[in-house]
Design a protein around this ligand. Structure first.
Ligand code: PMP
Length: 435
């Protein structure tokens, strides 16, 4: 076994070599980020030799558990046949056939390598298809880091403006005019969206949304009929309805959350869980829109790694495993059990907190404000969450170290793992109450 260098020591060197010592800004956490040495099943080990039950799971991309034997076997088999061809091959066809069979909106499928690429391609295609420029996104939603969507992903209340017409707040310096075409509205507020659509009629190319809002809003399910309302209003005004299922896709259902909620968008994007953590993305949609991509249409679409045989082998193996049919039931049962227990302790201890989540996703929010949209989550006490997260770490349970994100469960987690987790949570919450 390699000698362990420890997170603190590794970070000292990393921050000299890499801005902030991290390769994705969100990975920094104070005083230094955890460096991981291995991850297998439901467990993750850090560079100091500590083992944790993992509820981060690569931001939710590990759905079946780390190093799933069948997915890894498919990848190992492919490693000996070729890593990249830059040419077409059978696994691409098999992966597309499976996605098309399961996902209601996926008449056609195009692969890429990440969620950001997928939403970029999808928006471009929607603009080409409609001949319009504007897009609508929800406040607090994250759809990747490109200019089209890099506004109001996590604005503070002081910058966000009035709820009826939120100010689009740039997520980053260096944005171009492309970001100015993006209109921001609150999730779960049909009356506000309706006004915005009417005001901008004939200019909106696409409405992009997650069916269940995650991003910087933890996890907020759509309220009754909200997705159906989105379907109707977009259809009425010739707007492309784009479901970004990068998180929800395959995590909540093999057919995407669209299958669960029975609302079919025009275009869907996938990434993360579709290959159990191997880098992949996909744009899916009806033939009219998808055929806008070159070479059938005139919308550019390239990528050296698109459909590479390693990611395709992982995609096919992941879908085959999910086709067994029992995994989502297991995930949903564990999610419900975990949320119910946590909610019970919150009530028992009289804490100002609540548990949010859906299916195999959960988060603890230290506020009693009813959570309907992103702004409500800003009422949550972040310091309390970080105290809870650090306490859980000391008990060997790794929750996501960001109060505004969410925790995930994998198929490798067991009932016993969840029991251990909620027992640890009870102890930490009890201590936090001042005992
Ligand atoms: N869409 C959603 C809903 C996401 O959560 C993310 C990533 N967290 C993305 C798009 C971007 O995906 P990627 O990080 O693979 O580029």
């Amino acid at each position: 076994m390699n000698e362990l260098h420890g997170s603190k020591k590794l970070f000292e060197e990393a921050k000299r070599l890499t801005p902030g010592g991290v390769h994705s800004a969100i990975r920094f956490s104070s005083p230094y980020p955890l460096f991981i040495s291995r991850a297998i099943g439901a467990k993750i080990c850090d560079a100091d030799g500590n083992e944790y039950l993992d509820y981060h799971l690569g931001f939710g991309s590990v759905l079946l558990g780390h190093c799933h034997p069948k997915v890894n076997a498919a990848v190992k088999d492919q490693l000996d046949k070729g890593i990249i061809y830059g040419l077409s091959h059978e696994l691409e066809v098999e992966a597309a056939r499976k996605i098309s069979a399961h996902v209601p909106s996926a008449e056609m499928v195009r692969f890429c390598s990440s969620g950001t690429e997928a939403t970029y391609h999808a928006i471009r295609a929607a603009r080409a298809y409609t001949g319009r420029k504007k897009i609508v996104k929800f406040e607090g939603a994250y759809h990747g880091w490109h200019d089209f969507v890099s506004v109001s992903s996590s604005p503070s209340l002081s910058e966000a403006g009035p709820e009826e017409s939120p100010t689009p707040v740039p997520d980053t310096d260096g944005l171009t005019e492309a970001s100015k075409e993006t209109i921001v509205v609150p999730f779960n507020r049909p009356e506000i969206l309706e006004k915005v659509v009417k005001k901008n009629r004939n200019h909106i190319a696409a409405l992009i949304t997650e069916p269940v809002l995650h991003g910087s809003a933890t996890c907020i399910p759509p309220q009754n009929g909200f997705l159906r309302f989105l379907r109707e209003i977009t259809r009425e005004h010739g707007i492309v309805l784009l479901f970004d299922e990068v998180v929800s896709g395959f995590r909540y259902h093999l057919g995407g959350a669209q299958k669960l909620f029975d609302v079919v968008p025009d275009v869907t994007t996938f990434a993360k869980a579709m290959a159990n953590g191997f880098p992949v993305g996909a744009v899916c949609g009806n033939e009219d829109i998808m055929s806008k991509f070159k070479p059938t249409g005139n919308v550019e679409y390239g990528g050296t790694y698109n459909g590479n045989p390693i990611s395709m082998a992982a995609t096919v193996a992941t879908i085959k495993e999910l086709e067994g049919g029992k995994i989502h039931q297991h995930l949903f049962n564990l999610g419900q059990m975990l949320r119910d227990h946590l909610e019970g302790y919150v009530a028992e201890l009289g804490l100002v907190a609540q548990v949010v989540g859906f299916g195999s996703v959960f988060q603890l929010l230290f506020t009693d404000k009813q959570i309907v949209e992103y702004r409500d989550t800003l009422a949550a006490n972040k310091e309390d969450f970080m105290k809870f997260q650090k306490g859980m770490m000391q008990k060997g349970v790794f929750l996501i170290p960001q109060p505004n994100k969410r925790c995930h469960i994998s198929a490798a987690h067991t009932k016993e793992d969840v029991e251990r987790t909620v027992e640890a949570a009870r102890e930490i919450l009890w201590k936090m109450k001042g005992n």
